[in-house]
Structures are given as structure tokens and as C-alpha cells.
Design a protein around this ligand. Structure first.
Ligand SMILES: NC(=O)c1ccc[n+]([C@@H]2O[C@H](COP(=O)([O-])OP(=O)(O)OC[C@H]3O[C@@H](n4cnc5c(N)ncnc54)[C@H](OP(=O)(O)O)[C@@H]3O)[C@@H](O)[C@H]2O)c1
Length: 266
């Protein structure tokens, strides 16, 4: 799949224990990359066992990537490997349902720290190495949620607006360095995301969703081809196109219908 480099580096994937991240990891393993994978829970070790069949070397890191300490632990493992990072997939992220004022501020902070601060910290460190080595690919998992003010998932959608926007800007800054940046923007995808975000009684959680493997393969392919972005699926493409000419106020109103607690019960 796509171009590789003479001194093959490793692939680093965050949020690799489940969902889209696990499937991105599968793509890189099938492509023969040795891997460093990270997530917050011990399940990351099970993911490493699961992918052993590909015959690549896998190091699993259990670290809370919403904290500087967690990012430092991941960096230590990458540095100990000694090889350059060729692929970085900054995928770890979490959602958070309910009205902003009803959410706990600790939970809000965790979403921001995981989706934004941890992502920036990791990309800042690995990105510098990539710029120096003059090659590498970075894939951000953003979201079509970044196009929509997300009433009843307001903080999450705002973090994804940040990630989507940041990815394009970084891509431009690195355009003459040999480092390519891609943003994967999935729509609703069948993963543990909705349960973890306490969204299960919403219309959004009960709607038809894309398969995580399909989403990840599209994202991986776009990254390997050096594309700027990928919105997976035609209905999601249509939704992002429509979002560009609808008022933010009406987008937020539409989001309420999908994400308000209890909206999926009727
Ligand atoms: N599912 C969707 O509909 C959808 C749509 C658009 C974009 N996305 C984005 O896709 C990405 C992957 O989500 P998913 O849908 O695959 O959900 P998921 O199955 O819940 O996977 C999330 C992954 O991120 C990890 N993670 C979360 N917080 C972490 C932290 N503080 N430190 C380390 N790891 C952490 C989780 O590991 P632990 O279990 O160990 O915490 C897990 O491996 C996220 O960025 C999400 O925003 C999802």
C-alpha cells in the first residue's frame, strides 16, 4: 500500500485497543510494520496478542494519553525502540454525552486533554523527529462532528473541530519537509465510543453506523497516498457538504435531535 522508505520505520497508533484504532493497527500490521500501540486500559495487551498473527513486532503501552506522564511513557517506548517513526496515527479519543452543564468538569477536562492536549503533545514530539528525518506520515482521527456544533455533545464536537482544523494547518506547515499529514473524518462508526460517552439512549447511538474496519482501511489508504483528508461514506460526505451552507444555529438544533438524552427512546 503506497510508498515506503528505504529504512523502514515503525508505526505508532494510539487508541489501538478497540474500534477504529484497532483496525488501523490491523492495516499497519498487515503491511508489515513493527508497531508501538497505546491505550489507557490493559486491553491494549490483548490487542497486541490478537495482532501477533501478522508476525510483526508489537510493543503495547498502557498509558493515559490525556496526561503529560502518559505521553512521556509512550515516547520512552518509542525512543527505546531506536528506529524512526514512519507512521503516526493519533487516534485516541473519547466522547461525552449530556448537556454541558450536567457533565462533570473532570469528565470534560479528560475529553479535552485526551482529544486535544495529548494529541498535540504526541504530535509535537514525534513530528519534530519526522521533520528532522524528512519523512513520515501523520494520520489524525478527526470527525465530521468537527463541522457541527454538537448540542448535547458540545465539548466533544468542539475538540474534533480543533483536530480537523489543526491537521490541515500542520499539513501546510510541513508541505516542504517530506512529512505528510492526513485527517480521517468518520461519521458514526460501530465501536465502543457511544457506550463510553453515555450516549446509548440517543438517536445517534441507535442510527445505522459504518464498520470500523471499513473506516480504518479508508483512513490508512488516504494516509499512505498522502491525501489531505478522507470523509468516509457518501452520506457523511453529503452531511459535511450540507454543513457548509447551513447556519451553525440550525446545525446545533439538528444535533440536539440526535444527541439529546432520551432522543432514541421514542
Ligand atoms: N465511533 C464513531 O462514531 C467515531 C466517529 C468519528 C470519529 N471517531 C473518533 O475515532 C477515534 C477512535 O474512537 P472509536 O470510535 O474507535 O472508539 P473506541 O472504541 O472507544 O476507541 C477509543 C480508543 O481510544 C483510547 N483512549 C481513550 N481515551 C484514552 C486516554 N486518555 N489514553 C489512552 N487511550 C485512550 C481507548 O482506550 P482505553 O479503552 O484504554 O481508554 C480506545 O483504544 C476517536 O478519536 C473518536 O473521537 C469516532
Amino acid at each position: 500500500m503506497g510508498q515506503t522508505y528505504p529504512d523502514r520505520g515503525i508505526a505508532v497508533i494510539t487508541g489501538a485497543s478497540t474500534g477504529i484504532g484497532l483496525e488501523l493497527t490491523r492495516c499497519a500490521a498487515a503491511d508489515g510494520y513493527d508497531l508501538v500501540i497505546a491505550a489507557d486500559e490493559p486491553a491494549i495487551h490483548e490487542a497486541a496478542d490478537l495482532l501477533g498473527e501478522h508476525g510483526v513486532n508489537i510493543r503495547a503501552v498502557e498509558a493515559d494519553l490525556s496526561t503529560p506522564e502518559g505521553i512521556a511513557r509512550l515516547i520512552d517506548v518509542i525512543d527505546a525502540d531506536g528506529r524512526p517513526v514512519e507512521l503516526l496515527m493519533a487516534n485516541a479519543g473519547r466522547g461525552l454525552g449530556h448537556a454541558f452543564l450536567d457533565q462533570s468538569f473532570d469528565d470534560i477536562r479528560r475529553v479535552v486533554d485526551t482529544n486535544i492536549m495529548g494529541t498535540l503533545d504526541l504530535v509535537h514530539r514525534v513530528g519534530r523527529q519526522m521533520r528532522e528525518q524528512r519523512y513520515g506520515r501523520i494520520l489524525f482521527t478527526g470527525s465530521i462532528a468537527g463541522y457541527i456544533p454538537g448540542a448535547f455533545q458540545a465539548v466533544y464536537n468542539a475538540t474534533k473541530a480543533f483536530v480537523d482544523s489543526f491537521a490541515y494547518a500542520l499539513r501546510e506547515e510541513l508541505s516542504d519537509t517530506g512529512v505528510r499529514v492526513t485527517v480521517l473524518m468518520p461519521g458514526p462508526t460501530e465501536t465502543e465510543f457511544f457506550e463510553r460517552a453515555d450516549l446509548m439512549d440517543t438517536k445517534m447511538a441507535q442510527a445505522e453506523k459504518d464498520d470500523a474496519g471499513y473506516v480504518a482501511r479508508a483512513g490508512y489508504r488516504a494516509m499512505m497516498n498522502g491525501e489531505a483528508d478522507i470523509v468516509t461514506g457518501w452520506s457523511n460526505k453529503l452531511q459535511t457538504a450540507m454543513a457548509s451552507f447551513m447556519s451553525p444555529e440550525s446545525l446545533a438544533r439538528g444535533h440536539r435531535k440526535l444527541a439529546e438524552p432520551g432522543s432514541g427512546l421514542s
